[in-house]
Design a protein around this ligand. Structure first.
Ligand SMILES: Cc1cc2nc3c(=O)[nH]c(=O)nc-3n(C[C@H](O)[C@H](O)[C@H](O)COP(=O)(O)OP(=O)(O)OC[C@H]3O[C@@H](n4cnc5c(N)ncnc54)[C@H](O)[C@@H]3O)c2cc1C
Length: 401
C-alpha cells in the first residue's frame, strides 16, 4: 500500500498553520514536480498537505502541472512541529467525513426536535399578529405571521420548518394535506420568550392554464388571511438540512430568493439581534437576496440596519431582477451576483467551517452552480465533484420549493 510521508517544499512550511490535504488527480511528473518532491503516485490520486495561507498558491501550481483537485480536507491531528504527515490521514477523514463534521455541525448535545406534533394530532396555535412584508409598488402578497405556541411542547431550531393544515376540506371532503413553511424566527421566537413561531408566507396566485381563471393557493391563502386570535393547526417541526452550525467563527453564506429569506432571518436574528450566552457569532455572514423589485425585499429595513451595525460580520448583496442589470445588460438574478463574487465565494468555501445555504425558488441552484463551476475551474477543480464533497461534509445545504 502506498504510504510515504508527504514532505518537501509543501510540508516543510506547514509549521504553526492549519493544514489541509488536497487529493489531486492527473498531475503529471515533470522536472518541476521531481524537484519539489511532490508525493507522486503513478496512477490514481496523490495527496498534498497544504497550509491554509498557501492554499490558493498551491492550487495554481497544481493546475499548472495539469492536476485536478478532487477534494480538499482538513488534516486531523497533523503534527504541526515537523510538518510530516501520511496521506492516509487525509484520506481517512474524507471517507468518514467526521473531521469537518465535528468542526462545523451542531454540538452533539443539541437535540433536534422533530415531529413533536403529527397531522393526526396537530398543535393548535393562535395567530398573534400578521404583517404585510411587500411594500407599495411590489409584486404580490407576503405576510409575516406570528403564532402563539405557548400552550404545548412545540419548540424548534433555526432552519427548521413547520407543517400547516389549512382549515376546511379538499374537493373530496377530506381534511387538507399539510404544507410546509420555513420558520422565520429564532428558537426564542420574535418576542424572545420561547412562546411564538413566525413564518413568511407568499400568497400563491396564478391564472389557470386551462380555464384562465384566477386560482389561489389553499394554504397560503389561509395563512395570509389569518386574523389575530384565529386558530392554526401546526405539525412538526421538521428538517435537519438547514440547521445552523454551533461554530461561532463559521462563515455562513446564504442565498435566498423570495420567501427563501425566512430561515436566514432566523439565523441573522440569532447571530446579531439576540444576546445568547451560548452563541456569540464572530464569523462572517453573507446574504445574497434575489427579488423582483425593491419593495419585494422582505425585512429590508432590518437587514439594512444589521448591515450598518455589523459591517465586519455581515455582508448583504441584493439582486433586484427588474431594476438592476447584470454585466451583459440582462436582468440581475441571484446567480449573476454569485458569478460576480464567485472567486471570493470559492475561496471562502476552502475553509472547513464555511457553510453555504440555498433557500427559495426551485431551480435557483442551476445558476449558482454555473458561477461556482467557473470559479472552481480556474483552479482546475471540477465543481460537481467538489460540491459532492461539500454536501457529504454537511457544508452545502439546499432547501428549494
Ligand atoms: C421545505 C419547504 C419550505 C417552504 N417554505 C415556505 C415559506 O417559507 N413560505 C412560503 O410562502 N412557502 C413555502 N413553501 C411552499 C409551501 O409549502 C406551499 O407549497 C405554498 O404556500 C403553496 O401552497 P398552497 O396550499 O397555497 O397552494 P396549493 O393550493 O397547494 O397549490 C399549489 C399547486 O398549484 C399549482 N400551481 C402553482 N403555481 C402555478 C402556476 N403558476 N400555474 C399553474 N399551476 C400552478 C401547482 O400544481 C401547485 O402544486 C415551502 C415548501 C417546502 C417544501
Amino acid at each position: 500500500m502506498y504510504s510515504p510521508s508527504i514532505s518537501g517544499v509543501v510540508a516543510s512550511s506547514v509549521s504553526g498553520s492549519r493544514i489541509f490535504v488536497y487529493e489531486v488527480e492527473g498531475m503529471r511528473q515533470s522536472c518541476e514536480t521531481d524537484q519539489t518532491s511532490n508525493p507522486i503516485r503513478r496512477s490514481g490520486s496523490v495527496f498534498i498537505a497544504v497550509p491554509y495561507d498557501r492554499m490558493n498558491q498551491e492550487m495554481r501550481r497544481i493546475l499548472r502541472m495539469g492536476g485536478k483537485i478532487v477534494s480538499i480536507r482538513p488534516l486531523n491531528g497533523a503534527p504541526e512541529t515537523d510538518g510530516t504527515v501520511a496521506p492516509e490521514q487525509g484520506l481517512q477523514s474524507q471517507k468518514s467525513g467526521e473531521t469537518s463534521k465535528s468542526m462545523t455541525q451542531a454540538k452533539e448535545k443539541v437535540q433536534v426536535p422533530v415531529n413533536l406534533y403529527k397531522p393526526a394530532n396537530p398543535y393548535i396555535g393562535k395567530c398573534i399578529s400578521t404583517e404585510e412584508l411587500v411594500r407599495e409598488g411590489g409584486d404580490g402578497t407576503v405576510r409575516h405571521v406570528k403564532i402563539d405556541i405557548s400552550g404545548g411542547n412545540l419548540h424548534y431550531l433555526e432552519g427548521q420548518s413547520i407543517g400547516i393544515i389549512p382549515d376546511g376540506t379538499d374537493k373530496n371532503g377530506k381534511p387538507h394535506k399539510i404544507r410546509l413553511y420555513s420558520i422565520a424566527s429564532t428558537r426564542h421566537g420574535d418576542n424572545l420568550d420561547d412562546k411564538t413561531v413566525s413564518v413568511s408566507v407568499r400568497k400563491l396566485e396564478y391564472k389557470s392554464p386551462e380555464t384562465g381563471e384566477q386560482v389561489f393557493g389553499v394554504c397560503s391563502t389561509f395563512l395570509t388571511g389569518l386574523q389575530p386570535g384565529d386558530d392554526v393547526k401546526i405539525t412538526g417541526p421538521v428538517g435537519k438540512e438547514m440547521l445552523l452550525p454551533d461554530d461561532e467563527d463559521a462563515t455562513i453564506i446564504m442565498m435566498a430568493t423570495g420567501t427563501g429569506i425566512a430561515p436566514f432571518r432566523a439565523y441573522l436574528w440569532r447571530m446579531f439581534k439576540e444576546n445568547n450566552p451560548d452563541y456569540k457569532f464572530k464569523g462572517l455572514a453573507w446574504l445574497f437576496f434575489g427579488v423582483a423589485y425593491t419593495p419585494n425585499i422582505l425585512y429590508k429595513e432590518e437587514l439594512d440596519k444589521l448591515q450598518q451595525e455589523f459591517p465586519d460580520n455581515f455582508r448583504l448583496t441584493y439582486a433586484i431582477s427588474r431594476e438592476q442589470q447584470n454585466v451583459d445588460g440582462g436582468k440581475m438574478y441571484i446567480q449573476n451576483r454569485i458569478q460576480e463574487n464567485a472567486d471570493e465565494l470559492w475561496e471562502l468555501n476552502q475553509k472547513p467551517n464555511t457553510h453555504t445555504y440555498i433557500c427559495g425558488l426551485k431551480g435557483m441552484e442551476g445558476g449558482i452552480d454555473e458561477g461556482m463551476s467557473a470559479a472552481a475551474g480556474k483552479f482546475g477543480v471540477d465543481w460537481a465533484g467538489y460540491q459532492k464533497h461539500l454536501k457529504k461534509d454537511h457544508r452545502w445545504h439546499v432547501e428549494t420549493y
